[in-house]
Write a protein that binds this ligand. Sequence first.
Ligand code: NAP
Length: 285
Amino acid sequence: MIIDGKKVALDIRNRIKSHLENFPHTTITLATVIVGSNPASQLYVGMKHREANAAGIQSKRIELDENISQQELEQQISLLADDDDIHGILVQLPLPKHLNKEKMLEKIPPKKDVDGLTDINMGRLLQGQKQLVPCTPLGVMRLIEAYGIKTSGKNAVVVGRSSLVGLPQVLLLAERGADATVTLAHSRTQDLAAICKNADILVSAVGSPALINEAFIKPGAMVFDVGVTRLENQTIQGDVDFEAAKKIAAGITPMPGGTGPMTVACLLENTILAATLQGVLPRSH
Ligand code: NAP
């Protein structure tokens, strides 16, 4: 089975669009902040704006100079934080090396933190009181729900331990309701293949092309490829050797067309949740 992220993402976008049509006099706005001219960041932000607009969410793009100071960056974020017409703030990562991501994140009000990366939102996730959750791991959970994949009591392995993907993915798979038994692997893990081979659900978020091959996959596993590497020939390669893995796995996300569109769809979902938390949209249930 190919786990079709494009299709599930489109369903989410359409659901958001229909929801917003109930509130024709309310405008929801997502602000994106991009520092410098990294081509991948430009591409991702462009995609986020297109999808937001297609869902009926307005977007405002703030482009900042590569050499902006920490203080100026924080001032820009504070302006968005104080603007009642802005409901979600996303700062495209990575930032240039001279800027401090953690200090910047402190300026984003937790209720506008559509990337779910502030200390408060991370802490809420850890405490079992999640609100805004990082989009990529949330996207994997939405695929699991959409395809009715059982997680309770299953062995899950997450490869990669970033606060953007791997760590929140572990928490989402292990939380009450999902109830998977989760192993977190990283660059120091010994015998990664043997550990992955035990996974009923395997999520790879490394950024190492074709790291995961047939020796890593348990027959019947569900495989979610998050890693993205742009090769010299400009094609995109995931962490998973798709052709080899699909012969063994019961389900697998393609790259592209798997977890990427879900990240964007969950950003839109988070923007709606952010507006709801701010009292701009009513709670739907
Ligand atoms: P990151 O911060 O660089 O983290 C990568 C993780 O992979 C680290 O924990 C690292 O371990 C681990 N790792 C590196 N080499 C390894 C190896 N040989 N075996 C096992 N683990 C290894 O990256 P990230 O921000 O989490 O992103 C991960 C990948 O996902 C990137 O390719 C990124 O482009 C992609 N991504 C995709 C989406 C999407 O929508 N599909 C969204 C976000 C990110 P250590 O901690 O020990 O260094």
